[in-house]
Design a protein around this ligand. Structure first.
Ligand code: NAP
Length: 323
């Protein structure tokens, strides 16, 4: 029988890739999309007709219950959240409403409307904040250091509590930063790859960045969504770190991106302290031992391949549109 999946956050980076993956696998895919005055369907316009869009909002419990009752999903992937860390400092309460309490509303809706659905919660490496060990594992203590991380920590523990208390099939994937050509340019990886392409084409002159020594664990969003799907195919629910397992500095990334367009990065890049994060969670790197051993998952794309594919995408897009 055809499997049915409900994705929240369908219009986001991960939601759009996950929808593609599930369609390829023959699922009937439903997406919960919130009403916005301007519309935000760019990342999924190529899927129109294949994905059934249902109107709902993580802020509204009854809409979540309606969407679950209507779609009757076998699997639910909660990818929706306020996902931008700096904004969580200026809008901490709204971040908690979406990213923390939204998950309570969703779990409660599942308990009431579709108890046998399998549930994936998008946790984040930001729950570790300033970790006391490196690399982090599924057992590393949570010490979130920004409102986004705090909200994700709440959602993580609620997901586990619903598994323990109500015997629901619920899982948390603790993802580290993952990127793609569909990532917003407010995130440093895409900012660098798109600006390198713009400079190459004469559309920009310089690139201003924060801390070049900051290190991150980056992987490709397509690899990450495959891990999410894999987690829900297991007999028993469990929580896993989804990461590349290695770190690279912002400087490594800049060098690689400018190499891809045949330019010397030092001629174009300057450091602006205004771009330093007020509270930077550095040195986050995930141990992928558990997911590798138990689910046979590891990233298919290297850091260099990821940089290259993003720069190439931006060059092509900018050449076609000129902006
Ligand atoms: P994203 O591109 O920012 O997408 C967020 C999605 O959430 C959008 O579809 C947005 O819809 C939706 N959303 C926000 N508020 C909502 C609400 N009140 N009701 C319903 N939908 C709402 O995020 P992403 O990069 O795909 O990340 C997916 C998930 O993984 C997020 O939970 C994020 O926090 C988590 N995560 C991501 C990363 C990463 O590196 N990408 C790392 C760790 C964890 P609109 O289009 O209407 O705004």
């Amino acid at each position: 029988m055809q499997k049915r999946a409900l994705i929240t956050g369908l219009t986001g980076q991960d939601g759009s890739y996950l929808a593609e993956l599930l369609l390829e696998k023959g699922y009937q895919v439903f997406g919960l999309v919130r009403r916005s005055s301007s519309g935000n369907l760019d990342r999924i316009s190529h899927l129109s007709g294949n994905v059934q869009i249902l109107s709902g909002d993580l802020l509204d419990q009854s809409s979540l219950m309606d969407v679950i009752s209507e779609s009757q999903p076998d699997e639910i992937y909660n990818l929706a959240s306020q996902s931008y860390v700096p904004l969580s400092w200026t809008q901490p309460a709204l971040t908690a409403e979406y990213t923390a309490l939204g998950v309570s509303r969703l779990l409660e809706s599942i308990r009431r409307c579709k108890k046998d659905a399998k549930f994936y919660q998008a946790s984040s490496s930001e729950v570790f904040g300033q970790p006391d060990e490196s690399p982090q594992t599924e057992r590393t203590a949570f010490r979130p250091r920004n409102p986004y991380g705090v909200a994700k920590a709440y959602a993580h523990w609620m997901t586990i509590n619903y598994r323990q208390q109500y015997n629901l099939y619920t899982c948390c994937g603790i993802t580290y930063t993952h990127e793609s050509p569909r990532r917003g340019t407010e995130f440093v990886f895409r900012k660098i790859t798109s600006t390198a392409a713009m400079i190459k084409l004469g559309l920009a002159k310089e690139l201003k960045l924060g801390n070049l020594e900051a290190r991150r664990d980056w992987c490709y969003a397509k690899d990450a969504v495959y891990a999410m799907w894999l987690m829900l195919q297991q007999e028993k629910p469990d929580d896993y770190i989804i990461a590349s397992g290695e770190t690279h500095s912002v400087k490594d990334l800049v060098e690689c991106a400018f190499n891809c367009v045949g330019l010397n990065w030092q001629d174009y890049v300057s450091v602006d302290p205004a771009f330093y994060r007020p509270d930077e969670s550095v040195q986050l790197v995930g141990s992928i031992e558990k997911i590798k051993t138990q689910l046979d998952w590891k990233p298919q794309y290297s850091f260099e391949q990821l940089v290259e594919l993003m720069v190439e995408h931006d060059l092509k897009k900018l050449t076609n549109t000129g902006c």
